[in-house]
Design a binder for this molecule. Sequence first.
Ligand code: NDP
Length: 279
Amino acid sequence: MENITLNNGNQMPKLGLGVFQMNDQQVLDTIPMALDAGYRLIDTASRYYNEEAVGRAIAESGIAREELFITTKLWFKDHGYDNTKKALQVSLEKLDLDYLDLWLIHQPFNDYYGSWKAMEELIDAGLVRSIGVSNFYADRYADLVAHNRIVPAVNQRETHVFNQQIEMDQLLKQHGTVLQAWAPLAQGNQEAHTNPLLVSIAEQHRKSIAQVMLRWLLQRDITAVVKSTKKHRLRENIDVFDFTLTDEEMAGIAALDKQQPLAGFTHDPRMLERLQSLD
Ligand code: NDP
């Protein structure tokens, strides 16, 4: 697995396993298969309600802690300076870890400025190696950078062939923040997985469409967390370091961009209602 160097000098694997929408049993079944395939980054969140299972799976793996890269996320109901410090203890306890490799603010809502201040101190205390954000749009990201000491190491955003995040990626690169794609396979969206251009590029390289989609991200210097519960797909999704898309293929895929997210809070006219309804 290749690594990328973050803006604080820490190394992060370019691809990781995401465990969103996995129940405890799926986590316990999938993580050993993923570690065996070569994954070292595991991406969870307190909101995925599976941190304990992640902790158990990595403890049972016997792999040295320093070889793993564990990410979890802070939910916005825990935002604010004091709540954030408490939330870290809860996540560390559930994950059965002494420190996190990466802690992300899951959503840019509520008092995330208070949270960021606490997270900066938790970096200084050695309890978190890197801090970052997720689902931050340009204005919120720029404001956070402008008014705080630590620049986010990562912004995790929905990024795939139909939602390419060209401008976001440029902004992040200006400040040394790594774009980490969530839903890099467009969550299995059929339109992406049957697209004629992607089919022909995949045939040309004797690779799958999923592999082409992941390779295209890596060649843009974008990292990704990808989810599968199936052994053959876990192996397939990580086997993307032995081929190169041509400039013409990269340009062809660039033309597929619709700048259209699959889902999310942003720009949802019922956003306030949705925020108030979440626990
Ligand atoms: P992905 O784009 O990773 O797609 C996952 C889907 O694609 C699953 O249905 C999976 O099915 C299928 N799939 C996996 N591999 C292949 C393959 N090789 N060929 C065809 N289909 C495949 O979407 P996710 O939403 O799961 O995103 C990945 C991770 O990103 C999450 O697990 C989570 O960690 C993170 N995330 C973060 C968010 C945030 O707000 N920060 C929001 C959403 C996700 P199967 O399991 O059956 O293989």
